[in-house]
Design a protein around this ligand. Sequence first.
Ligand code: KIV
Length: 284
Amino acid sequence: MAERKKITIHTLREMMEKGEQITMLTCYDYPMALIQERVGIEIILVGDSLGMTVYGYDGTLPVTIDMSIRHTQAVRKAAPTAFLVGDMPYMTYQVSPEKAIENAGRMMAETGCDCVKLEGGEEMADTVRALVRATIPVMGHIGITPQSMAQMGGFKAQGRSAEAAIKLINDAKALEEAGISLLLVEGVPPAVLAEITERAKIPVISLGAGEKAHGQLLIVHDILGFFDAFVPKFVKKYANLNATIHEALAAYKDEVKTGAYPDEKYVYGMPQEELEKMKEMLKK
Ligand code: KIV
């Protein structure tokens, strides 16, 4: 792929205006980010889903700002031109707008990300306003919001009643008025997403909410078939890495056990005269 120019919020707005779909994936480490940068994924999210996909927690709540920053730094190194979104972990922005500025400021300054993402609707509008005033661009996230799993009673589609749908549409509006640059809508019926997108003047990204958006997001470990502890209905698997890696590791184990690995193809040679000299020296 030809080298691409840095993806900025202006690039994303232009894509939205031209009707060109925006691609977005999660990413947590350097090697995967290298591939996403080469493929040309426009937005990379270093999601707090790393709590599950990388650290094996049951949910996202144990993820700290330091963990998020460390992974976002690794991804930025490999993906200099992607629009990089740093995810704000649980309780790093809910306590007060001041705390949010402190933590989001660290995320921006220490990782070089292009914006931060936070979960929540209208109730987050004041915090969004404070962040934007402090020069920090924000991506909103409504619908299924994993940090409120306890309150939502599990990983459940949102906005399935008329009242709940209207609340989501109002949340989207309130966040946009507060100054978000992008909006992520997760796990709501496509008809609700369509209403949100139709009213939005900023790029709206869908995660499991259908096609009526300016772009799509999926969790990279899900689409690669690398993480299968829990696979939501909206995930399409594009590979089965679990099986591929399992097969490769089993083959390695077998070859070590049988001595098939390593043969001379996989070792460093030594000139014959040096070998003989070494043996002579060892005799002394
Ligand atoms: O952490 C994450 O990957 C996310 C997505 C579920 C949107 O926030």
